[in-house]
Write a new protein. Structure first.
Lengths: 153, 395
């Protein structure tokens, strides 16, 4: 199975790379807001957030929050929900930002904060450390608690 | 107007992305350990799937963001195609995460229902097992009791003959005849054996401890009281027509309660909310009669014919043994059970149990007092009495 996957995945990748341009038409300007790809991506974030909320509901419905492992997982889903909302706003701000003014060269580049949207882009780019790291740390700790003591309350 | 450096943002972003990658790799290993421990646990499977997708997400997210920054802030437009592909993967992964989670919600519901069914089936199996053991013990006790009474009866008949002849010999033998002592010894020993047989009979009768003098009306009332909340929960009105006369017989209270509960629960399941359940007890010539009638959906004739067939069931998760046990309980009481049903009109179950109205149960006394000590062997001669009458069996 793994061998087949290792054969198929690169083949698909190469196929996509070598496919005619019109097949990728919807991807050409996907990071610019207003294209099909951007809508799909934004909706995917909302769907992701919605499913996390649904899972929190599921945990409480099954009364699994009594266990430490699941309580940590609930926090994971909650933070991921916030991250998705943050990413939704961040993507919108990023993709609608016309001609960002970048000063300097190489690692010394600076972004000119000329309006609110630029600030929004800058702030929402910190979402990785703000949301994703604690979320996945809690996911790991939750799983570890479930592995070590599944019935620990 | 100020300009903020982008380097700290990138360093923070890529350090975070690497941390996420490591955390997800560790989480994936942990989730695999959970699955290995219990491969049939839906929750562990879900967490494992989620960990796999999160790991993929951490890779594609890192790559797509790096490519985006290279294009926008480092002027590498030639990377646009690769960035679009990885960005697309990101989108797909979000959808996959949502799909797994929402699918799990349905699976979890099914899993919970399966677990509940499993517990219910286990409980039912235990109940059936206990009931089966009780029935086996009951049948064994009854058989042993009947065998003992039969043996006592078999011994008593030749004993009457021996006793009769020995007494006749005694009367016909002179006082100084040396054989008189022998005849006396035979008569005395015959009497001793008869006393032993009587004691044996008494013990055998006491063996029927599974049956006691009970009033069917009391059994029905107490069972209905227990089941009333279930009827109320389904808004089914109960009409209990209890016979004014006590319906006393030698019944096993526990088994009859089990049988009645099963029949009432069946009726409740078959009846729609707002329906009526009638439970009536009555007296017939030789029987105490119990009738359970519901206004439920009824059963077609082919189902009615198979109701008492073991393992036949129309219920999902049913064992098909409930009605079989009900009939066995009635059989053990030497009773008769009949079932009439019409589709759309309801079902009527009638149970007839033999009763004795002469023996009223007394407080603190389950059995009637033992008879007085037996009289010595009958002195009638075989010529005058013919074949001695066997003693009447007592229940």
């Amino acid at each position: 199975m793994r061998r087949r996957l290792s054969q198929v995945c690169p083949a698909v990748f190469v196929l996509v790379l070598l496919s005619p341009r019109y097949a990728l038409a919807q991807w050409v300007t996907w990071y610019q807001f207003g294209t099909e790809g951007s809508y799909v991506h934004e909706i995917a974030h909302l769907l992701f957030a919605f499913s996390m909320l649904f899972f929190i509901h599921e945990i409480f419905h099954a009364r699994l929050q009594r266990f430490r492992g699941f309580r940590l997982l609930v926090w994971t889903w909650a933070i991921l929900t916030f991250w998705n909302l943050d990413a939704f706003i961040g993507h919108w701000a990023d993709w609608t930002l016309h001609n960002p003014v970048i000063l300097g060269q190489g690692w010394g580049r600076e972004l000119l904060m000329y309006d609110f949207q630029t600030w929004l882009v800058y702030v929402t780019k910190i979402d990785h450390s703000l949301f994703l790291v604690p979320a996945f740390l809690l996911f790991y700790l939750g799983l570890r608690a479930l592995v070590q003591k599944p019935g620990a309350e | 107007m100020i300009a903020l450096p982008l380097a700290p943002l990138w360093i923070l972003e890529y350090l975070s992305a690497l941390t996420i990658l490591i955390l997800n790799l560790l989480s994936l290993r942990l989730s695999q350990r959970l699955v290995v421990r219990d491969p049939e646990n839906a929750l562990w499977l879900f967490l494992n799937w989620l960990a796999i997708v999160f790991f993929m997400f951490s890779i594609t997210h890192l790559i797509s963001h790096a490519l985006h920054d290279l294009i926008v802030y480092w002027n590498h437009p030639n990377l646009a195609l690769a960035q679009r592909i990885f960005g697309g993967f990101d989108t797909v992964i979000y959808v996959v995460i949502a799909s797994i989670t929402l699918f799990f919600h349905r699976i979890q519901r099914m899993y919970r229902r399966m677990e509940a069914d499993h517990h219910h089936l286990e409980e039912t199996s235990h109940e059936i097992l206990a009931l089966n053991r009780e029935m086996e013990a009951l049948v064994m006790e009854r058989t042993m009791s009947e065998m003992a009474l039969g043996m006592a009866h078999g011994i008593r008949n030749p004993l009457h003959v021996i006793g009769g002849f020995s007494h006749r010999l005694l009367r016909k033998t002179d006082e100084d005849d040396p054989s008189r002592a022998w005849a006396t010894a035979i008569a005395e020993e015959a009497r001793r054996i008869e006393q032993m047989v009587e004691r044996f009979e008494m013990l055998a009768q006491r063996k029927t401890s599974f049956f006691a003098q009970e009033d069917l009306n009391v059994i029905v009332r107490s069972t209905l009281e227990l089941l009333l909340p279930e009827l109320k929960a389904k808004r089914i009105s109960l009409v209990a027509e209890i016979c004014s006369e006590p319906l006393v017989g030698r019944f096993n209270k526990h088994l009859l309660k089990v049988a009645l509960s099963h029949l009432v629960r069946n009726a409740v399941e078959a009846t729609r909310p707002g329906g009526t359940l009638l439970v009536r007890t009555a007296m017939e010539q030789k029987f105490a009669v119990l009738i359970i009638h519901d206004t439920g959906r009824g059963m077609p004739q082919d189902v009615v014919e198979k109701v008492f067939v073991p393992f036949y069931t129309t219920k999902i998760g049913g064992t098909g043994l409930g009605m079989v046990f009900v009939r066995q309980i009635v059989d053990e009481h030497r009773g008769i059970i009949t079932l009439d049903s019409l589709v759309g009109q309801g079902t009527t179950v009638t149970i007839r149990l033999p009763h004795r109205f002469t023996d009223r149960p007394e407080v603190g006394e389950e059995f009637p007092p033992p008879p007085p000590p037996a009289a010595p062997a009958a002195p009638e001669t075989p010529e005058t009495s013919g074949t001695p009458e066997p003693p009447k069996d007592r229940d």
